[in-house]
Write a protein that binds this ligand. Structure first.
Ligand SMILES: CC(C)(COP(=O)(O)OP(=O)(O)OC[C@H]1O[C@@H](n2cnc3c(N)ncnc32)[C@H](O)[C@@H]1OP(=O)(O)O)[C@@H](O)C(=O)NCCC(=O)NCCS
Length: 257
């Protein structure tokens, strides 16, 4: 599986708006602790509705992920447009997906966020709203088959059964991450994403998918990618683009201030 860190890097400073085949994946390592000064600086970037949402979150980890995620995407988006990080305004889709509502850009930008284990990732594209990223720890071992039998299509369960128990957990997490990235790209329910997509991982450079009839999807305009990130993390990316040609993928670290 290719490493996210091996993708061509994104240079410092501002960038032209990404096109329909461009996906930039920004990552930020925030660990589990942050000093009071840093928290205050990030909080100052959030809008009043984000402050309210954050206050409603149940535990410290979720609050930290939310704060860092919003600060990260604000800083990242400001690399592509002359907008200050604190000036972005986001709306939420019917299932909770954030997107830019202001300012209105001449070249629109779309993004997706994910968090795991003290790392947040933010994918940005000019292709359209259907972008999804998911980061997962590749840990589930023993129960992988049980969960797959409950939620995944038969083709995936069969492929997992054929693997040795040692390889099954990793393969399960790859499928899980792809499904979640698809759920986030398409803004569908988790149930539809889990049982309505059957991924074929026999070629990781050309990930295949079969959709359930109920999703009314066609395979062609969807693109899927999997990456390894250090410390056993898996990053899955889904993009819907009508542009033809290979995706232009880049990655870099961003430290929101
Ligand atoms: C979206 C979903 C896959 C998130 O997965 P997760 O592993 O818990 O969380 P991740 O860290 O990967 O992603 C969280 C981020 O995804 C984004 N997000 C949230 N809901 C989303 C959705 N429906 N679609 C796309 N992105 C979404 C947010 O940016 C969120 O980060 P934030 O809360 O800090 O802003 C999961 O919550 C899900 O399946 N939701 C189903 C949506 C649904 O049916 N909701 C019913 C409420 S109406």
């Amino acid at each position: 599986m290719p490493a996210l860190t091996d993708l061509p890097t994104i240079g410092p400073g501002s960038h032209p708006a990404p096109g329909p085949l461009d996906v930039d994946v920004w990552r930020h390592y925030h660990g589990t602790g942050m000093g009071g000064e840093r928290i205050a600086a990030l909080l100052a970037l959030l809008s009043p509705d984000e402050h309210e949402r954050m206050a409603r979150l149940r535990d410290d980890r979720r609050r930290r992920n939310f704060l860092v995620g919003r600060a990260l995407c604000r800083h990242v988006l400001s690399r592509y447009a002359p907008v200050r990080p604190q000036d972005w305004r986001f709306g939420l889709g019917s299932r909770g997906k954030p997107s830019i509502i202001a300012p209105v850009l001449s070249s629109p930008l779309w993004f997706s966020l994910s968090h795991a284990d003290g790392v947040s990732v933010c994918a940005v594209t000019g292709a359209g709203p259907e972008i999804g990223i998911d980061i997962e720890r590749s840990a589930l071992g023993r129960d992988a088959l049980e969960v797959a039998e409950q939620f995944f299509p038969d083709a995936e369960v069969g492929a997992l059964r054929a693997l040795s128990p040692a390889r099954r957990g990793e393969a399960f997490m790859r499928l899980w991450a792809l499904k979640e990235s698809f759920v986030k790209a398409r803004e569908t329910s988790l149930g539809d994403g889990l049982c309505g997509t059957a991924f074929d991982l026999s070629r990781l450079d050309d990930i295949g998918v079969a959709f359930a009839e109920s999703l009314h999807e066609r395979e062609k305009p969807w693109q899927f990618r999997l990456f390894q990130l250090d410390k056993g993390l898996i990053v899955a990316l889904t993009l819907h683009t009508h542009a033809t040609g290979p995706l232009r993928l880049h990655s870099a670290i961003c430290i929101p201030k």
